[in-house]
Unconditional design. Structure first.
Length: 466
């Protein structure tokens, strides 16, 4: 069962087919899902490592023809009290497929979107409504991909997957669905946690994009078993609803097309400076502020030197040594920033792709899930933006935003501290980039290794300035 649990974890839930090797070949004899793992093993206080799969698997497999309607499979399952109809070919009786009810429901959603079978309002089974109060992440994504899901008539829905969310973009709106994931630094594993995070995302992002974040919208399960965006019914998830911004005016796109003007830079620097000046200082001791960098530098070293990632050990060690030497010689510069009350609740992820150069610049996608990560020196955050602009080939853009902020505030920051901030942020971004390689769903691992190497190269360049 320990092996089954690990396989199910990699599949993000679902079912595993159990087979036996017989003279005629491998024969399916049962199925095991995360439900059995939780209820029959963990819930009973039994060790998964000492429990055989055969003792808890569901072995009664209901047979239906591959040509049958989905409703026939569902009806057969209900008749035999089974959630796993086995599908056989009509011609040779060989096993053609094995599906659980949640897969059937997902297929019905997909069919509904394509205009086939199960129209909205029609029960999944004639006269036998299925009262499901939940849906898998795959079902939710399948439903939200469909143009027919949304109130306006849509030709298509663009879909973007990130580490923590699915984002659905219509012509004018954006809906963001949190993945039910849990990491060391966040927990979206429950419906309530995702609701709280959606509300927090809207509240915090309205600081710099008040007219972009409309609020949160429930995804509900109707009494007939169909999902619906908004309206009445048991809530199965929550989405953030936003206004879609013009893609060509996002700062990364504007850098690519070389359309960032001096006025764009002036407006952006003004918006950010005003934001930082309106933000109340956050009390933090000088020792704590310095210790945060010391801890993160060590964490970067541990992660970036793992042989699995195939990064240059010598390069990483040079960068770690350079940063630690800076702290030994110039740690007082960091401590003074905390003593001078320069730490604020900032944006937390100020990258070019989160900045829109509209006449009134809008800045979205702040780091909402952990406040500690947003408690920053504005110069650190602006140095981070400058580093990201340099990576995209437009160092002047970020450097001018930072310099105009310093001119407007009269903040006399030693130049070597700014370079340290850039080096530190580039190493942290290398660490985040290389994490993608450990994600089994990521296909293009070379892309993320190259991205990490680019950040490390940029960090070395910055480190030569102190």
């Amino acid at each position: 069962m320990a092996h089954a649990a690990e396989a199910t974890r990699h599949l993000h839930g679902g079912g595993l087919i159990v087979v036996e090797q017989r003279p005629t070949g491998r024969i399916p004899v049962g199925i095991i899902t995360d439900r059995e793992i939780v209820i029959e093993v963990i819930g009973q206080g039994v060790s998964p490592a000492q429990t055989g799969v055969g003792s808890v698997m569901s072995s009664e497999l209901v047979t239906v023809g591959a040509g049958n309607e989905l409703t026939d499979a569902l009806r057969a399952s209900r008749t035999r009290n089974s959630e796993r109809p086995r599908i056989r070919s009509r011609t040779n009786s060989r096993l053609s497929g094995l599906r659980a009810l949640f897969s059937e429901r997902k297929t019905l959603i997909r069919s509904n979107c394509a205009g086939r079978t199960a129209a909205p309002g029609e029960p999944l089974m004639p006269n036998t409504p299925m009262r499901c109060l939940d849906a898998s992440i795959d079902e939710k994504v399948t439903f939200l991909r469909c143009p027919g899901t949304y109130p306006a008539r849509l030709a298509k829905v663009d879909v973007v997957e990130t580490h923590m969310s699915w984002v659905f973009l219509t012509a004018e709106l954006v809906y963001k669905l949190k993945k039910p994931v849990r990491y060391e630094f966040l927990d979206f594993s429950t419906l309530e946690a995702r609701r709280r995070n959606c509300e927090r995302e809207v509240r915090l992002n309205r600081r710099l994009a008040a007219d972009v974040y409309y609020g949160i919208v429930p995804l509900v399960m109707r009494s007939d078993g169909h999902l619906q965006l908004g309206g009445e019914g048991p809530v199965v998830d929550w989405l953030v609803k936003m206004r879609r911004l013009p893609a060509h005016r996002m700062l990364d796109a504007a850098i690519s097309s070389d359309t960032v003007s001096a006025e764009d830079i002036r407006r952006l620097s003004h918006v950010l400076t005003d934001f930082y000046q309106r933000s109340a200082p956050v009390a933090m001791s000088a020792a704590e502020y310095r210790r945060r960098f010391e801890d993160d530098i060590r964490a970067n070293q541990v992660e970036l030197t793992k042989p699995y990632y195939e990064l240059s050990m010598l390069q990483v060690h040079r960068l770690i040594q350079a940063q630690q030497s800076f702290l030994a010689r110039n740690g007082a510069l960091l401590e003074r920033r905390a003593r001078d009350d320069k730490i604020v609740d900032a944006h937390g992820d100020l990258r070019p792709e989160h900045i829109c150069l509209t006449p009134e610049p809008r800045i979205i996608d702040c780091l909402e899930f952990k406040r500690k990560f947003r408690l920053l020196d504005p110069v650190d955050e602006l140095a981070y933006l400058a580093m990201e602009c340099e990576r995209l080939g437009a160092a002047r853009v970020g450097d001018q935003v930072l310099q105009q902020h310093l001119d407007a505030t009269g903040d006399a920051v030693p130049e070597e501290l700014t370079w340290f901030y850039k080096t530190f942020r580039a190493c942290l971004r290398a660490r985040i980039a290389i994490w993608h390689i450990a994600d089994h769903e990521v296909q293009d691992t070379d892309k993320w290794r190259r991205r990490a190497q680019d950040y490390l190269g940029l960090a070395e360049s910055c480190a030569t300035h102190w």
